[in-house]
Design a protein around this ligand. Sequence first.
Ligand SMILES: Nc1ncnc2c1ncn2[C@@H]1O[C@H](COP(=O)(O)OP(=O)(O)O)[C@@H](O)[C@H]1O
Ligand SMILES: [Mg+2]
Length: 242
Amino acid sequence: MLKLDNVCYSVNENGKQKDILKNINLEIGDNETVVITGHNGSGKSTLMKIIMGIIPVSSGKIYFDGVNITNMTITNRAKLGISYAFQTPVRFKGLTVKDLLTSANNSNLKVMDVCNYLSKVGLCARDYIDRELDDSLSGGELKRIEIATTLARNAKLNMFDEPEAGIDLWSFEGLISAFNENKQKNGGANLIISHQEKILNIADKIVVMDNSKISMYGKKDEILPNLNSKRYCSRLQGDYYE
Ligand SMILES: Nc1ncnc2c1ncn2[C@@H]1O[C@H](COP(=O)(O)OP(=O)(O)O)[C@@H](O)[C@H]1O
Ligand SMILES: [Mg+2]
């Protein structure tokens, strides 16, 4: 479904080149959940923004279902079926939760469908459906609504940047079953940035990023034991399994 071929991203900082992503090669197949983990600042969010087209690659190519999307706009990537839930969601004053989910789904969602998406992220639908997406929502509430919106899009490739940040442990099961449904229902795939053990456990493959590069990439059963090793955990103290 998605293929990254030697993707690099660098910026100019005080006249010097700063490499943020170095030679990223990655493939996500249909019906796969791939989880990216790794310490803060290793380049995980940047990688998602590059896939969505929010920032351009410096070199390398990106293919989606065999189509070269490297120079495609965000809108065209979205039309092809790529969806992205930001690490820090955006507020839309004047728009209600129901409006947002309905427009994301591109059809007339019934109230019951909207409620269903909200309950997947642990929100009591009755309390939220007519709320405005303004400053009165907490960061955690907004994060959940953003995840529900991404789910409602029914895209082929769903990307979530640290979804656990707004979700309490009691709501986790709903979120995890939504990720699993996603890949089954659409024949689609999930790409999730996470440090959460429960999310790492639903991965088919795990990518570990370290210092702008992929340091480990493989099937969950091959990678997880390495993440549990003392050496790795002590390096990521405070960032992994917090
Ligand atoms: N436009 C930019 N200019 C300079 N540095 C940047 C820019 N974008 C990202 N970075 C830096 O690149 C690194 C990777 O950022 P990010 O992808 O957000 O990391 P992660 O999501 O893994 O925590 C960080 O050190 C960040 O400060
Ligand atoms: Mg990040």
